[in-house]
Design a protein around this ligand. Structure first.
Ligand code: FRU
Length: 506
């Protein structure tokens, strides 16, 4: 095992021990909302939101945030007729987790999002927990050819799977009268269905997470309504078995000389920087069983502290595999000082399967649509006056170096490039800005390995008001972190750099 991996494990285990393993997030059921839930609380009317409400302290300028209230996992990611839909776990009534509903935003370029009315609210089967959406082009369910069908977890007394459909492009959903489509009365964790059409076996496949049982189950269906158990996947990796397994995704990726199946599993609190993290398994899927190439994982999609519950869009044209994550961490998400909203999504990313030194790596890069908001590259000297920006720098791996993002208030985020371990270590300490809101927020180090054998590495940093996303140029390593400086880091030291402005999407 490489030294850098040992450090990573040690840091993770230390944080895990501090965080504790009990997941009490769902112990307190939110109050039951009578009727449709239309009454009470502040609503997000979409078009009535004044532009000024996107200018608050810490408000991301190039990342999706709802105008108001709490958000967690991306849900129901689906492309339909020129529009990308981003549904998400949402509390229409406040800035804390609760009253779980599906919020909704739509976009034609994955960057400029329009917040839409809440899509689904708690009903008699319970809260509307995470899930996915598909376009039923062949009308297998009988809701109409091209209907958008949402498959989600009803979280009431038990977690069960339900479906709802929309024939108006995702604006309104009708609950299927036969819900739940997969009933459950004994399993404590049974949630987050991700569904896709498997052409070879001519059926819909659902991946479902079993939380503390550390397993993903697969189900098959001809019509999205009746489901048959196919198989269960688990691993022997002690590290993977630390946390709850949540929010799976299963899809095929093509690489230069073949294809591979990828199973994504979100893991809380077993993540690489402590708390929430997203791992993946490489393998094969035959329409029934997922077989991993190697069970001694985890492989992480992102080495940072704040990329969780991410899944991919269904129905995207041109074979692109597009991913977005929740840019937060259950270790402290309820305490982050953003208001009147709480949480942003990561930048949307395109996944690519790379072969590096004989190993497969699921690389992720910011989508090419970023060009829509990007200015031209310029050499960096002095401060950067921009609502957000992308910075690139190349550092040698023959010697250690220290890179620093900072602002005029003396706050800074330091990144040390360690030549011996071939890693970038990001220090989210008290120097970064506001951090006392949670004892678990100051992470002494996030360790991002540099893959491959090159003697230098090109790094790209996407800096927004309250986040930094660090990528290697090939996307083979990435680290996403939220930070709360009193104003954006507008300086960079430690190496020559170029930057380009990223215009606000609001
Ligand atoms: C992941 C998760 C899901 C669940 C949802 C509830 O962050 O715990 O497993 O469906 O959040 O909001």
């Amino acid at each position: 095992m490489k030294k850098s991996h040992i450090y990573l494990l040690a840091a993770g285990f230390a944080l895990f021990a501090a965080a504790g393993c009990n997941d009490d997030r769902f112990d307190e059921q939110p109050p039951v909302i009578e009727g449709t839930g239309e009454e009470g609380g502040e609503e997000n009317p979409g078009e009535d939101i004044p532009q000024s409400s996107y200018n608050e302290l810490y408000r991301p300028q190039i990342h999706y945030t709802p105008a108001r209230n709490w958000m967690n996992d991306p849900n129901g990611l689906v492309y339909d007729n020129g529009t990308y839909h981003l549904f998400y776990q949402y509390n229409p009534q406040g800035n804390e987790w609760g009253n779980m509903s599906w919020g909704h935003a739509s976009s034609t370029d994955l960057l400029h999002w329009k917040e839409q009315p809440v899509a689904m609210r708690r009903n008699e089967l319970g809260d509307i927990f995470s899930g996915s959406a598909v376009i039923d082009a062949d009308n297998t369910a009988g809701f109409g050819a091209g209907a958008m069908v949402a498959v989600y977890t009803s979280s009431g007394e038990h977690q069960q799977q339900s479906i709802a459909y929309s024939t108006d492009g995702g604006m309104t959903f009708t609950q299927y009268v036969g819900n739940p489509v997969i009933a459950n009365s004994d399993r404590p964790d049974f949630r987050d269905p991700k569904v896709f059409w498997h052409a070879e076996s001519k059926q819909w496949i659902m991946a479902l997470a079993l939380g503390n049982a550390h397993a993903i189950e697969f189900y098959g269906s001809p019509n999205l309504k009746s489901w048959t158990f196919l198989s269960s996947f688990t691993t022997t990796s002690a590290r993977s078995n630390i946390g709850q397994w949540e929010c799976p995704d299963l899809f095929r990726m093509t690489y230069e000389s073949g294809t591979k199946w990828i199973l994504i599993v979100s893991n809380n609190p077993g993540g690489p920087a402590g708390g929430s993290g997203t791992e993946y398994f490489l393998g094969d899927f035959d329409g029934k069983t997922f077989t991993a190439d190697d069970l001694d994982y985890p492989l992480w999609i992102d080495y940072g502290s704040d990329n969780y519950a991410g899944v991919t869009w269904s129905n995207v044209p041109d074979g692109r595999r597009l991913f977005i994550g929740w840019m937060n961490n259950w270790n402290y998400s309820g305490a982050v000082p953003a208001s009147p909203w709480r949480s942003a999504m990561t930048l949307p990313r395109e996944l690519e399967l790379l072969e590096i030194d004989g190993s497969f790596v699921l690389a992720n890069k910011v989508v090419s649509e970023i060009e829509n908001i990007a200015g031209s590259w310029q050499p960096l000297s002095g401060t950067i006056a921009a609502p957000a920006y992308e910075l690139k720098t190349t550092v040698k791996l023959s010697e250690n170096s220290t890179l620093r993002l900072s602002n005029g208030a003396g706050e800074y985020l330091e990144m040390t490039v360690n030549a011996a371990t071939r890693s970038v270590i990001v220090h989210r300490t008290a120097s970064t800005g506001k951090c006392a809101f949670s004892g678990l927020f100051s992470i002494p180090s996030v360790i991002m390995p540099i893959k491959g054998a090159s003697d230098e590495v090109e790094l790209h940093l996407f800096v927004d008001q309250s986040s930094v996303e660090l990528f290697t140029a090939d996307g083979s390593s990435t680290a996403t972190m939220v930070v709360y400086p009193s104003n954006i880091y507008d300086r960079f030291d430690g190496a020559d750099a170029e930057y380009r402005e990223l215009a606000s999407v609001w």
